[in-house]
Design a protein around this ligand. Structure first.
Ligand SMILES: [Fe+2]
Ligand SMILES: [Fe+2]
Length: 362
């Protein structure tokens, strides 16, 4: 990977980024693989997932109620109450002097930034999964991945539409998120694309979408996230079911590479995605911003909660136990090892299905 995850974000310059970049090229260095073994259902778990995906398609244009008007200031005010902003110690920082209008602007910029990164992450999933269609050797996995490509196109469409029609400005891809997506798509080993995208990025996204779905009072976003989550749970299951088979055959040194890859991705997602562009726009130096973030009571809990899906899924893949429990020890250092005993996502996707599931999955 190109970034050292152990260096604090305040100490690293963002990777160079062309502000006017429209097209971004990454060499994906992988072999496209044909298989002449068309025996459908040779991998029953993947076959079930594929059949489920075919009957779970929805239409971004017609299934969501795009007539709902979004009052972004009201949304920000409701979030501020839910977040209990008054509890954060701002002394010694310039946020101490912010008036209500500045806080509202900050809330709006934060939301624009967050939804923009969701959008760019969805495009990352679209590109990675299209690559998996080419690179995975199993026909059941090619079939399933093809349905995920359609799902991700729909997710890009809904987030782009929401951002451009309902919010008040879009941000370019965060340079650290962009670098992570580049690394995941660039790797020549087909399972690394799965591990980086389906297990790590989509595992984190599933937790983050669930958190936002519970928090938000905005009905269109709530509906949108519910639909997206029903698909994302299948995507994470796809990663778990595929890699479980492959990793059972790998030796310790090959597993160690996967453990390190997973750990570095985890640290980068936890420590680097700190909306630095929003702080810059608000005129707050990054070190001062990080001071405020560190004092925010729920910050640590929120960061840890993002691993609620990743850790049990890594356990299911054997990545916690390999090499004397190396990855379990690293997750313990991050304070997230206790998630290991939560249900993994290999079968959990049925709970997220839209039909008959009006309650929110955990
Ligand atoms: Fe997605
Ligand atoms: Fe996905």
């Amino acid at each position: 990977m190109t970034e050292d995850p152990t260096v604090p974000i305040q100490d690293i310059a963002p990777p160079p980024q062309g502000p006017d970049e429209v097209l971004h090229v990454v060499e994906d260095q992988a072999d496209a693989i044909f298989t002449w073994d068309y025996a459908k259902g040779a991998r029953p778990g993947l076959d079930r997932l594929y059949e489920k995906a075919k009957t779970s398609q929805w239409n971004a244009r017609t299934d969501l109620d795009w007539s709902i008007e979004v009052d972004q200031e009201a949304v920000v005010a409701a979030n501020a109450v839910a977040n209990d902003r008054g509890r954060v110690d701002l002394s010694g920082t310039r946020l101490e002097r912010w008036d209500d209008a500045t806080w509202t602007r900050f809330g709006i910029e934060s939301q624009n930034w967050m939804l923009s990164q969701f959008l760019h992450g969805e495009q990352g999933a679209l590109v990675c999964t299209a690559k998996i269609v080419e690179t995975v050797p199993w026909i059941d996995a090619k079939y399933y991945a093809a349905t995920q490509v359609m799902d991700e196109a729909r997710h890009v469409e809904v987030f782009a539409t929401y951002l451009h029609e309902k919010l008040s400005g879009a941000y370019p891809v965060n340079p650290h998120l962009g670098a992570l997506l580049d690394d995941i798509v660039r790797d020549s080993r087909w399972d690394m694309t799965y591990l980086g995208m389906q297990i790590m990025v989509e595992g984190l996204a599933l937790a983050a979408f669930g958190f936002m779905h519970q928090l938000t009072t905005e009905p269109l976003l709530k509906q949108l996230l519910r639909y997206v989550m029903s698909d994302e749970a299948r995507h994470v299951a796809f990663g778990v079911l595929s890699l479980k088979e492959l990793y059972a055959e790998l030796g310790e040194s090959e597993l160690r590479e996967r453990q390190e890859f997973a750990y570095e991705a985890a640290v980068r997602m936890r420590d680097r995605l700190v909306q630095q562009e929003v702080w810059e726009r608000m005129g707050v130096p990054l070190d001062e911003a990080m001071t405020v973030v560190a004092r925010t009571p729920d910050q640590k809990i929120f960061q840890q909660m993002l691993f609620a899906k990743i850790v049990p899924n890594c356990r299911k893949l054997g990545l916690l136990d390999a090499n004397g429990g190396w990855l379990r020890d690293r997750f313990a250092e991050l304070g997230v090892a206790e998630f290991e005993h939560l249900p993994d996502t290999g079968e959990e996707y049925e709970m997220f299905a839209l039909a008959g599931a009006e309650t929110t999955p955990a």
